[in-house]
Each structure stands twice: as C-alpha cells, then as structure tokens.
Design a protein around this ligand. Structure first.
Ligand code: AMP
Length: 115
C-alpha cells in the first residue's frame, strides 16, 4: 500500500492542522506556508490525487466543495474584496501534494497572469 499523503494524515488527525471547517466530505485548514494574509486549503476527505483524477461520480462532491468555498470566503472575511481559488495540477503547475486541494487566497491584491 502506498504511503499516506500529508493531507490524508491531517484528515486522519495523525498530524495537527489549524482547521477552520470540517464536515463529512471535506476539511479546510490554514496553509502552513501562507502566500497571502488569508491562505486556507480545502480538501475532500476522499482520496483524489488531482483535478485530472476527478471522476464523474465525484461531481456532486466538487459542487459541495465550491459551496463550502463560498461560505468560507464569507467566514474568513475575504468575500467582499475578492479572493482567488487555485488548484495546482501536476508538474507544470507545481503540485507538491498528490491529494486534490483548493487554495483559497485573500487579503491582498493578486497579479494576472500568475507566475
Ligand atoms: P501545492 O503546491 O498546490 O500541492 O500545495 C500544497 C500546499 O500544502 C502548499 O501551499 C504547502 O504550504 C501546504 N502544506 C504542506 N504541508 C502542510 C501542512 N502540514 N499543513 C498545512 N499546509 C501544508
């Protein structure tokens, strides 16, 4: 069996995280290396490696995650001014943890195009 990812260990409460939201399907916690005043990661509890591995059966789950993102943006106080949601997929996008996650970034202005 392959080794658990760091995010699976957070889901299983084997390592600590600053959790801001949890339900049966997902977990949100502060990124340990924040790139903005607000930087939270939202992950499904289901082990999906990346956006490329989302199956049709997962589509209701992905819809749920975006509902949680909308609520979290309000809860975190970044909804009014705007925020960015990012999911890095694979090598070119610099994905480092092979468990699907959405970065929710806010509290400052962001450039476009991204680096
Ligand atoms: P990515 O590069 O898109 O795969 O993002 C992985 C993110 O996970 C990075 O922003 C890391 O700072 C973050 N990260 C790694 N380990 C932890 C941890 N133990 N707790 C919180 N965030 C983490």
């Amino acid at each position: 069996m392959s080794e658990k990812t760091i995010f699976k260990k957070i889901i299983d409460k084997e390592i600590p995280a600053k959790i801001v939201y949890e339900d049966d399907l997902c977990l949100a916690f502060h990124d340990v290396n924040p790139q903005a005043p607000v930087h939270v990661l939202l992950i499904p509890k289901k082990e999906i490696s990346s956006t490329s591995d989302i199956a049709p059966v997962d589509e209701p789950l992905i819809g749920h995650l975006f509902g949680v993102i909308r609520s979290l943006a309000e809860q975190l106080g970044i909804a009014a001014d705007g925020y960015r949601v990012v999911s890095n997929c694979g090598l070119n996008a610099c994905q480092t943890v092979p468990h699907l996650h959405f970065h929710i970034l806010g509290g400052r202005g962001f450039g476009w195009p991204p680096g």
